[in-house]
Write a protein that binds this ligand. Sequence first.
Ligand SMILES: Cc1cc2nc3c(=O)[nH]c(=O)nc-3n(C[C@H](O)[C@H](O)[C@H](O)COP(=O)(O)O)c2cc1C
Ligand SMILES: Nc1ncnc2c1ncn2[C@@H]1O[C@H](COP(=O)(O)OP(=O)(O)OP(=O)(O)O)[C@@H](O)[C@H]1O
Ligand SMILES: [Mg+2]
Length: 513
Amino acid sequence: MEIDKAIRECDDRRLKTKYNNAIYVIKRALALYSVEEVALSFNGGKDSTVLLHLLRAGCFLHQAEGNNSGGKAADGGKAFPIRTIYFESQSAFPEINSFTYEAASIYDIQMDIIRLDFKSGLEALLKANPIRAIFLGVRIGDPTAVGQEQFSPSSPGWPPFMRVNPILDWSYRDVWAFLLVCKVQYCSLYDQGYTSIGSIHDTVPNALLCMKNSDSSEEKFKPAYLLADGRLERAGRVKKNSAAVCGKVSSISNGLKVENLNFGSMLTASIIAVGDEILFGTVEDKLSSVLCKKLHSIGWAVSRVTVTRNDIDSVAEEVERRKSTDDMVFIYGGIGPLHSDVTVAGVAKAFGVRMAPDEEFEEHLRHLIGEKCSGDKNEMALLPEGITELLHHEQLRVPLIKCHNVIILTATNVVELDRQWDCLIELAKSNGILELMDPFVSKCFATTLSDVEIAQPLSKLCAQFPDLYIGGYRRSREGPLIITSEGKDTSRIKAASQSLCEKFHHGAFSEIE
Ligand SMILES: Cc1cc2nc3c(=O)[nH]c(=O)nc-3n(C[C@H](O)[C@H](O)[C@H](O)COP(=O)(O)O)c2cc1C
Ligand SMILES: Nc1ncnc2c1ncn2[C@@H]1O[C@H](COP(=O)(O)OP(=O)(O)OP(=O)(O)O)[C@@H](O)[C@H]1O
Ligand SMILES: [Mg+2]
């Protein structure tokens, strides 16, 4: 089998290791699932081209080892036994389309062309076929790889199948070493300076490969395999919608923030606590109420507090929602090196960026933990790429992490939260990372009037003072009712209190702290 032969005969030890590992994953998958139960997701990109040839080799080796799963014979050169799916889109490059069809013809691939979005397409595929596992050319540097392993079940909300990622741990360099050593065809765009290909709307040649011709204004590009730093593979991807990425811009223009509060230009924050333990009831979340108070003290309204499970998708989903609704999102819990510490990765996924090593952060961790945490395995030093700002303060042993409008707090208790908050406020004063607004003022009254007596007058009061938060709560069913009014204008609070008292007999309310 020519692929296997080419790798065995080359003298690139690293490539051999990567190849052997990928073949191992493929063989494991073929041992777990029959050939009818697997599919290849192929789109003509370089990663899926690598995967195609690995699968050709893997199927050949699997059968050579005496496994015959009853599918089409893989003779090492011709018929490819695995159902292959291609999601064809109007916005794909014509070169990608034509290469995909060409590959199907050269390698005798039975290709299902799907013209639906990924989710609906996969639903239809699984309905019509007994597919249980799909091979993907996802690599660890891809934004969509966050949280994935070589075998990862599809995400919640997706049709159920196993995602098999044989080249998850391959680097950009490994991909090109493989394609060049095996001398296989790849899409022509890669010879024109494209290094990672999305759609025609979001992909241009990688500027790092540009050769400026001094005689003319014509730009020429070197081939993709000459890109020296694989981390810059996605430099040819044009940013999608910066307003959506930053969140804040869209929230201001769509008026969502003022919708509930009627407070004019109020800044809103939301708080996300991450932890299965909180949801199990094993641990009590004490930080959110303290944080609400602190935010209130700098004039911010808290629009929502949520607790999410510590899996990447739950965190990503919640962060994605909140970052575009609120001006600032505070998240804590699930930070560290444990398998359950997925918060930072969840934030990366919410912004659609990958996790990448951050040398500066690693340096801080090294000071804190020692040499144990250096090297490739230091997952704690992986941070969302391109969107992370480290917030330094001399009182903090490790800087806080800010990704656009999401601040990740590492506090695990109230004392630590107090310290981190104080640092944050000092930083806010010096560099404006957090706007400090006029604080809220409030008045509270206790009354023994019944709910029924007070309900209507209180509704009227709310209508009279739409700029205030007027509410009521009880500490017990039998005890007094407590009425609160909050706002930023002391005179308005006073006026509302006076108006309330005037609606009832003298002494019906007593002011409390
Ligand atoms: C076969 C296949 C399976 C996928 N499974 C999942 C999944 O389980 N969870 C998920 O969030 N996205 C899944 N996706 C979507 C990808 O993660 C990603 O959104 C897609 O490759 C396109 O990225 P883009 O939005 O940059 O175009 C899947 C895509 C394909 C082709
Ligand atoms: N339109 C599609 N149809 C089928 N599979 C797809 C499609 N888009 C993505 N995939 C799957 O997702 C994987 C990852 O996509 P990604 O764009 O990162 O890699 P690629 O397209 O192979 O290479 P490149 O990084 O150069 O674009 C692909 O290898 C393929 O398995
Ligand atoms: Mg691609």
